[in-house]
Design a protein. Structure first.
Length: 348
C-alpha cells in the first residue's frame, strides 16, 4: 500500500502564495473606502461654504425657506454617506457569509473579490489563506491516513499471527481432550470447541477488514466482489456489478475506492435498516465511478459522523469527487468519482 507520498511532498513543496485568478484585475481603477467617504464629505462642505459665501444667507431668526435648504442639504449628505458605506461594506458582509460557510472538506469555494481597495485586499488575503489551509489539511490528512493504514496492518498481522495461532492451538487441544472425554462431558467440550471456532472465525474476519489482503494480492475488482459477499448476511443482500475492464488507477486510488465502499456498506449494515444494497463500479470519462446504494432509512437530518468525514478525507487525497444523498426512491446513495492515471496500470 502506498503512503500517499506524492500528496505529502506536494504539501511540503507548495510554499508559493497563490491568489484567485483575476483578483487584481481592475485594481488601478478601484477607489478606496476612505477616499470615497472623504470626497463626499468634502463636496458637501464645499457646496455649503459656497452657498454661505454667495447669495444665500441665514437670517436670525431662521426663515422657513432657509431652514428647508439647510435640512435638505444635510439630508442629501447623509444619504450620500449611507450609500457609500453600504457599497463599501456589502463585500464585507459577503465575506463574512463565505467565512461562516467555509468547510475544508468541501474545498474550492472562494469569496468574490469586490469592493474598495482595502476590502478587496482583505478578501484576496482570505482566499489565499483558505487555499493554503486546504493544501496543509490535505498533506496532514495524507500523513494521518497513511499512519492509520500502517497501524491497521500491524494490528491485523498481530491478530492473525498471534491471537489466531493461539486460538488454533486451543482448538486442537480441545479436539484431543474431546477424544478422551467421558460421554457425559463431550457435549460441553463440543460447545467449547464451537465457541473457540467462532472466535477464531471472528478474529480472521476482523483481520481481513483491517488489512484488505485480497486487494493487495488479487486487485480491486476481486476485493470489491469479496467485500460484497462479506456483507451479504441474513437480512441484507448486496448485489454487485464490478467489471474487469477498468482504466489504470494508482494504488492509493484503489485503496480509497475500497475503503469508501467498505465504509458505505458498513453504514448500510449498521444504521440504515436496509435489506438490499447495491455495489457498482464502472468506468466513466477520465476515471471510474463507485456507487453504493441501499433501500434503508436514508440520511434524513443525521449529522455526518467520523465514517463519512473519513470518506471525504480519503476522496480529497486522490482528487476524487464524493457525493452523498438520497437514493432513487428511498435509502442512501454514495457516489465516488476517482480520476484515472495514465502512468500506472490498475491491478486486475
Amino acid at each position: 500500500m502506498g503512503d500517499v507520498t506524492d500528496i505529502r511532498e506536494r504539501g511540503r513543496e507548495e510554499t508559493v502564495v497563490t491568489t484567485v485568478p483575476g483578483a487584481h484585475a481592475g485594481r488601478g481603477r478601484t477607489v478606496s473606502l476612505f477616499w470615497r467617504i472623504f470626497s463626499l464629505n468634502a463636496l458637501g462642505l464645499v457646496v455649503a461654504a459656497c452657498l454661505l459665501l454667495g447669495p444665500v444667507t441665514v437670517s436670525t431668526p431662521v426663515l422657513p425657506a432657509e431652514a428647508l435648504v439647510v435640512v435638505g442639504g444635510l439630508a442629501l449628505l447623509l444619504v450620500g454617506n449611507a450609500l457609500v458605506l453600504r457599497a463599501g461594506l456589502t463585500p464585507l458582509r459577503r465575506l463574512a457569509g463565505a467565512m461562516a460557510a467555509a468547510d475544508l472538506l468541501h474545498p474550492g469555494a472562494r469569496a468574490e473579490v469586490a469592493g474598495p481597495a482595502e476590502v478587496a485586499d482583505l478578501i484576496i488575503t482570505y482566499n489565499t489563506m483558505l487555499e493554503r489551509l486546504e493544501r496543509e489539511r490535505a498533506a496532514g490528512a495524507g500523513l494521518a491516513l497513511s499512519a492509520q493504514e500502517r497501524e491497521r496492518h500491524r494490528i491485523a498481522r498481530e491478530l492473525h499471527d498471534e491471537v489466531g495461532q493461539t486460538l488454533t492451538a486451543v482448538l486442537l487441544q480441545l479436539k484431543r481432550v474431546a477424544d478422551r472425554t467421558p460421554e457425559g462431558l463431550r457435549a460441553e467440550v463440543g460447545q467449547a470447541q464451537e465457541a473457540t471456532r467462532a472466535g477464531l472465525d471472528e478474529i480472521r474476519r476482523i483481520a481481513r477488514r483491517l488489512r484488505p489482503g485480497v486487494l493487495e494480492e488479487l486487485g480491486l475488482v476481486s476485493a470489491l466482489r469479496s467485500l460484497a459477499g462479506e456483507f451479504t448476511t441474513h437480512g441484507l443482500t448486496v448485489r454487485h456489478h464490478v467489471p474487469g475492464d477498468l482504466p489504470p488507477l494508482t494504488e492509493e486510488s484503489e485503496l480509497v475506492l475500497y475503503r469508501v465502499a467498505q465504509e458505505g456498506l458498513t453504514n448500510t449494515a449498521r444504521h440504515s435498516g436496509a435489506d438490499r444494497a447495491e455495489l457498482r463500479l464502472r468506468p466513466v470519462t477520465g476515471g471510474v465511478e463507485l456507487l453504493v446504494r441501499d433501500n434503508g432509512a436514508g440520511l434524513a437530518a443525521a449529522r455526518e459522523g467520523a465514517g463519512i468525514r473519513g470518506m471525504r478525507e480519503r476522496a480529497l487525497l486522490v482528487g476524487a469527487d464524493l457525493h452523498l444523498g438520497p437514493g432513487l426512491e428511498t435509502g442512501t446513495e454514495v457516489r465516488l468519482r476517482v480520476p484515472a492515471t495514465g502512468t500506472e496500470g490498475a491491478r486486475r
